[in-house]
Design a binder for this molecule. Sequence first.
Ligand code: PEP
Length: 249
Amino acid sequence: MSNKKYIIGNWKNHPDSLAEAEGILDSISEYLDSRRNFIHSLVVCPPFVFLEEIDKIFQSSSLGKKAQLGAQDIALSDSGAWTGEVSGHMLKRLGVRYVIVGHSERRWKLGETDDVVNKKIKTALANEFAPIVCVGERERYESYKDFLKQQLADTFAGLSDNEKGKCLVAYEPVWAISSNPGAKADTPESALESIAIIKEALGNVPVLYGGSVNSSNVESFISQDQIAGVLVGGASVNKEEFVKILSLV
Ligand code: PEP
């Protein structure tokens, strides 16, 4: 595949140990060392607790030249009395370049509103991260396109074109996310309809697809000109499957 794409692994609350995390990275590293023409932007988003060690691994190995580090969330505030939060300032020192904002698991399971997501995008930009902003409808009901338009308007409210241009947007229909009951990937054709809505609302921002991406379907998404890459959840912590995905892009 010749066009440069984003391949982003969202590890969520996995794996259980640093040793397992290192095992995933070893597999990725071994594969990338064996492949000369890997032109894509690979971003790994582990849980906060592994960021420091993974940054050290990146800095001391060839992986640091081939992959970048992302965080799965960012605190609204850069410091202060916010129990449990991790600020942009802290993430910056750990070599983080990207921050996932507004993932559906934070929106729907943890009650993050469009307004909170909007503020987090601004915080991420103020800290010079590239926000990976997740959007997408919860169910494929009749008026889901109206829902998406409203979600985009609220999530990106008050952002200038320049600020929007610094974001990556991940279209992730919630019903397609592999951990949800009955989930199956969207079709590229249908994802492209939503991506057209996103580009109409935000301009020509890079839009990724996410939701049950695996080695059987990654090529069908990544081969679309309008799809700038994939955000991979479950399959990104399965080292064999993730390496297979990398081998197909
Ligand atoms: C995600 O969590 O962002 C995701 C797309 O998950 P999965 O690939 O497991 O559907």
